[in-house]
Ligand binder design. Structure first.
Ligand code: IMP
Length: 200
């Protein structure tokens, strides 16, 4: 059976990727599944650069077809921050909770109509021969005034997607997988994978 390595150990992401690709004749494996313990540096200047870096790093170690994703939250009122720094926004030892708290504090007193934001995701498909395809997805929304909901991960409790009145953490996977930045990028990537003959 064909195999594809997802350059991530984030269980939330792997679950979303598996759900969107669906039942296919291809084995989808995480870094944990293949025992990858190497260090992946994410020091690129953009989300796209980081996705390619992550994918190349894993592909060069395991020598197999690799799918990497990098994503981040870009908040209008603070010039697109945290962007490429989304994971480590609150400094060393950053946690989702601390990142959310820092962002809410920065947006304190900013009215709802000025709390626009977007999640951006770039997927990079890397072949062992070095061929690279990328696909991008953007999901617009706004930042809530407090964390609400217990589903999802990361900034989900404070992100309300356009067209909804609840956060991703309230809406849950079913809706998120239809509209998220990752769903949009992965849908485009799915088409690339179909035209490459990797899946049906
Ligand atoms: P990375 O793509 O794993 O580097 O994620 C960058 C940061 O963005 C992390 O803090 C994630 O928690 C956050 N992030 C990425 N995708 C999502 C999402 O779908 N919901 C909430 N937070 C996300």
């Amino acid at each position: 059976m064909k195999r594809i390595i997802i350059a991530s150990n984030n269980k939330g992401k792997i679950k979303e990727i598996k759900a969107i690709i669906g039942e296919q004749d291809i084995e989808i494996l995480s870094l944990e599944d293949i025992g990858f313990t190497g260090k992946i540096t994410e020091d690129g200047h953009s989300i796209k650069e980081n996705a390619i870096k992550k994918g190349l790093c894993v592909m060069k170690t395991v020598g197999e077809l690799t799918l990497a994703d990098d994503s981040g939250l870009e908040v209008d009122a603070i010039n697109g921050q945290p962007g490429v720094f989304s994971a480590r926004f609150s400094g060393q030892g950053a946690t989702d909770e601390r990142n959310n708290r820092k962002l809410l504090a920065l947006l304190n007193n900013i009215p709802m109509e000025k709390r626009g934001a977007q999640f951006r995701c770039v997927m990079a498909l890397i072949y062992p021969n070095g061929k690279i395809y990328t696909a991008e997805g953007i999901c617009r929304g706004r930042i809530s005034d407090r964390p609400i909901g217990d589903k999802g991960f990361g900034y989900d409790p404070i992100f309300i997607p356009d067209g909804y009145d609840e956060t991703f953490a309230q809406l849950g996977d079913h809706i998120k997988n239809q509209i998220s930045h990752r769903a949009i990028a992965l849908d485009k990537m799915k088409n690339i994978m179909i035209s490459e003959g990797l899946i049906d």
